[in-house]
Design a protein around this ligand. Structure first.
Ligand code: BGC
Length: 361
């Protein structure tokens, strides 16, 4: 009670200082308390190369261009570390916190805590179900999955596959994006299974998108299917590469189309070599810029109308959803032209020949 009265008195003093425009020390502190400082927690560095090679880079680029203070950290797939980083960022005075959750439970705990401390919150790339983020910035993830389904179908047709057996390597069961990707590729492939045009093969979700575990899972799928898998719907390039490594062991690479996502250097190289059918390119520079713009606006106490919302239960979350693009051998050069990866990274000695064939000069 006593403490409450003292606090009110202190606020009264600050207000008076502000009104009389006196350059009192405490008044300056009150003004600088609103200086935007953005905290970002990335999920890991193994489930996809993107988090460290693209997101960190483009977020830094956006924050530097805006002249805003920032702190980007990576939880390395550790939920306890994720919460500790968030606590440290909140104590360290961030005005906005952007998270890529490891699961909705820990994501929600972090978002709710930030909110209770007056810190603005953004779900970056992954929506936290049941969460409280003020904005959600991502891609149209169902369309990502749809492009994967269409891509696999296109490559199977090109191979002349008859009643192909299609295996699924889904993303992490705790990532809402994985659910959306699957809804997208199911919308294309399920009608084909139902029409008996395609045969549904083994399907597994890969915990935490763990690429090493994905190889083991795919090897088991291939055994279970007696070696007869004709196409692999892999939810990202890391899972795709895991499947390709097992296909190589069985001399099946290049014969069995595999999908992916993220336009990683490895994924693009697999496409050029003919081992991967396609990937989905998501222009992370735009995602980072959109999230940074929102975080800065929130830090200044402003709100922005994003023009669209996404449903999370009963809640309409104001969202920015960018458009993904399918990439095949002939369009690998577009990803390079966009500055997402460099020619030097993709066209190493082993791939120089393929790069020339694909018109990458
Ligand atoms: C992202 C993908 C990424 C995956 C694994 C998803 O939430 O949208 O781009 O490949 O997580 O990190």
């Amino acid at each position: 009670m006593r403490k409450g009265i003292l606090t009110i008195a202190a606020v009264g003093l600050l207000t008076t200082g502000g009104l009389t425009a006196c350059s009192d020390d405490s008044g300056d502190k009150a003004a600088s308390a609103k200086t935007p400082k953005i905290g970002v927690i990335l999920p890991d560095s193994k489930s996809s190369a993107r988090w460290e090679t693209a997101d960190r880079r483009f977020l830094e680029e956006a924050f530097k261009a805006a002249g805003v203070q920032y702190d980007i950290q990576n939880a390395q797939n550790d939920k306890t570390a994720f919460q500790t980083i968030a606590d440290q960022m909140i104590t360290g005075g961030v005005t906005a916190l952007m998270i890529v959750n490891l699961d909705s439970g820990t994501g929600k705990a972090v978002l709710d805590k930030a909110k209770s401390q007056g810190v603005a919150t953004i779900d970056y790339d992954r929506l936290t179900l049941g969460g409280s983020a003020q904005y959600y910035v991502s891609f149209d993830n169902e369309t990502v999955g749809k492009l994967q389904g269409e891509g696999l179908s296109k490559c199977l047709t090109e191979k002349g596959a008859k009643n192909p057996v299609v295996a699924y390597l889904n993303g992490s069961p705790t990532d809402n994006n994985a659910t959306l990707f699957k809804a997208g590729y199911d919308s294309v492939l399920k009608p084909k299974f139902d029409a008996k045009e395609y045969v549904k093969g083994p399907e597994d979700a890969v915990p935490a998108w763990d690429n090493a575990q994905a190889a083991t899972i795919f090897e088991q799928q291939l055994t279970k299917a007696n070696g007869k898998i004709d196409g692999v719907l892999a939810a990202n390039d890391g899972l795709g590469n895991a499947a390709i490594s097992i296909l190589k062991k069985n001399k099946l690479n290049g014969k069995v189309p595999v999908t992916g996502q993220d336009a990683s250097t490895e994924g693009l190289q697999n496409i050029l070599a003919g081992d991967q059918c396609m990937t989905v390119y998501k222009a992370v520079r735009e995602e980072a810029k959109a999230a940074s713009d929102l975080a800065i606006a929130l830090a200044k106490g402003e709100t922005k109308d994003t023009g669209q919302t996404v449903k999370d239960g009963d809640r309409d979350v104001p969202s920015v959803l960018l458009t993904p693009k399918a990439i095949y051998k002939e369009s690998v050069k577009d990803v390079i032209a966009d500055g997402y990866v460099t020619k030097e990274e993709v066209c190493t000695a082993a791939y120089a020949k393929f790069c020339a064939e694909a018109g990458i000069s």
